[in-house]
Design a protein around this ligand. Structure first.
Ligand SMILES: C[S@@+](CC[C@H](N)C(=O)[O-])C[C@H]1O[C@@H](n2cnc3c(N)ncnc32)[C@H](O)[C@@H]1O
Length: 344
C-alpha cells in the first residue's frame, strides 16, 4: 500500500516537474499555460475577464493621472499575479528607446489590448503628436479607454460609424475577430465536465507560478532607460492625443488617410495577431502611409513568431532591419523585436 502511494506521489512530482520545466523553457507551453489555461481558470473562478482584472488592479493601486504609475501597476500585476500579452517592461524599454530616437509626430499602433504599450508610447511623445491605436476587440478597447482616462491621457474613441466596414471583410480577419470576442466576452459555454477538469487542475497553479515566475524587476522609475526618465517628467497636460479605433486593422488602415487626415506615419508599432504583420505592412506600403525614414517596430517576432514578416522585412531592399533580442513579456522565454526603417 505504502509503495503504491509513494509510486503515485513520485509520478505526480515527475509530471509536475516536467510541466514546470516545459512552461519555463518552451514558448508554446508557456503561452498555452499562461494565455489559455490560467486565464480561463481565472475567468471561470472570478466571473471577470483578464483585461477587467488588470483595470481593477490599476484602479486599486495606481495613482490617478500618472501614466508611469499605471504602467508600473500593470507590470507589477502581470509579473506577480497574472501574465498578460502586453509588450512588458523589458521589451517596453526597447520600445521607449525607439520612440525617443525617432521623435515621431504621427504614430500608428496595431493591437491595443489594455493600452499598456499605448501608454508607454504616449508618455514619450512631444506635444501635438498624434497616436492612433487600433484594436478589433470592443471589450479590450473599452478597458483600454478606461485605463487611458485613469492615466490622464486625452483619449478619443471615434464613433465606429466613422469607419464603415466593407460588405465582405476578409474571412481570416472575421475568424480572428470572432475568436477574440468569444474569449473576452465570456460567450464560451462552460460544460460541467470542462469546468471540473480545469478546477481540479487549478491546484497546479500556485506551485507553478511560484517556480515559473520571472524574477521581479525593480518596478520603479529607475528601471526606465535614462532618456525615458527625463521624458517622464513631462506634466500630464503634455501627453499627446490618443485616438483609439475599434475594428480590424486590415479594414481600417485603408481608411486612415481620408478619415483621420493622416499623411504618413513616422513610427508604426506592430503588435497584433502575428499572421497580420506581413499583410498589414504591405497594406501600409500600398496605402502610401510610409515615407523614407518611417520606422516599423514589430513585437513578438520570435514568440509566438512572425517568420513570413521577418523573411520579407529582412530581404526587401526597401527596408533596413535590425533585431533586438529580449524575452517574452514577464517570462524567461526567448523573444525579440524587429526594428525596420523604410527607405522609400
Ligand atoms: C499582443 S496584444 C497587444 C498588446 C499591446 N500592444 C501592449 O503591448 O500592451 C494584441 C492585440 O491585437 C488585437 N488584434 C489582433 N489582430 C488585430 C487586427 N487585425 N486588428 C486590430 N486588432 C487586432 C487583439 O485583439 C489583441 O488585443
Amino acid at each position: 500500500m505504502l509503495a503504491t502511494v509513494l509510486t503515485i506521489a513520485a509520478v505526480l512530482v515527475c509530471v509536475l516537474s516536467l510541466v514546470i520545466w516545459r512552461v519555463r523553457t518552451n514558448a508554446d507551453w508557456a503561452l498555452w499555460w499562461h494565455d489559455n489555461y490560467l486565464e480561463r481558470i481565472r475567468d471561470f473562478l472570478t466571473g471577470t475577464t483578464r483585461p477587467l482584472r488588470i483595470l481593477q488592479h490599476v484602479q486599486r493601486s495606481a495613482k490617478q493621472g500618472d501614466a508611469l504609475s499605471v504602467i508600473t501597476a500593470i507590470d507589477s500585476y502581470c509579473s506577480k499575479v497574472e501574465w498578460a500579452m502586453n509588450v512588458g517592461d523589458k521589451k517596453g524599454e526597447i520600445l521607449d528607446t525607439v520612440v525617443l530616437e525617432t521623435r515621431p509626430r504621427y504614430v500608428l499602433e496595431l493591437g491595443t489590448y489594455c493600452g499598456y504599450s499605448t501608454l508607454r508610447i504616449a508618455r514619450l511623445l512631444p506635444p501635438g503628436a498624434r497616436l492612433i491605436t487600433i484594436e478589433m476587440n470592443p471589450h479590450y478597447a473599452q478597458v483600454a479607454k478606461e485605463i487611458f482616462q485613469y492615466a490622464g491621457l486625452d483619449a478619443q474613441l471615434p464613433p465606429i460609424s466613422d469607419f464603415p466596414l466593407p460588405s465582405t471583410p476578409p474571412s481570416s480577419c472575421l475568424q480572428a475577430e470572432q475568436n477574440a470576442m468569444q474569449s473576452a466576452c465570456h460567450q464560451r459555454k462552460w460544460r460541467l465536465q470542462e469546468a471540473l477538469i480545469y478546477t481540479t487542475l487549478h491546484c497546479l497553479q500556485l506551485p507553478l507560478q511560484l517556480f515559473a515566475r520571472t524574477p521581479q524587476y525593480p518596478l520603479s522609475p529607475s528601471s526606465l532607460p535614462a532618456q525615458g526618465k527625463s521624458a517622464e517628467k513631462l506634466p500630464t497636460g503634455h501627453i499627446c492625443k490618443v485616438e483609439l479605433l475599434v475594428g480590424s486593422s486590415t479594414v481600417l488602415i485603408p481608411q486612415l488617410k481620408k478619415k483621420l487626415d493622416i499623411e504618413k506615419f513616422d513610427l508604426v508599432f506592430i503588435d497584433h495577431w502575428k499572421v497580420s504583420y506581413l499583410p498589414d505592412t504591405k497594406l501600409l506600403e500600398e496605402c502610401g502611409l510610409l515615407k523614407a525614414g518611417s520606422v516599423l517596430l514589430a513585437d513578438n517576432v520570435i514568440c509566438p513568431g512572425a517568420p513570413d514578416y521577418l523573411k520579407y522585412i529582412r530581404n526587401c531592399p526597401r527596408y533596413r532591419s535590425q533585431y533586438f533580442p529580449a524575452q517574452l513579456e514577464y517570462l524567461q522565454v526567448e523573444d525579440g523585436v524587429e526594428k525596420s526603417v523604410f527607405l522609400g
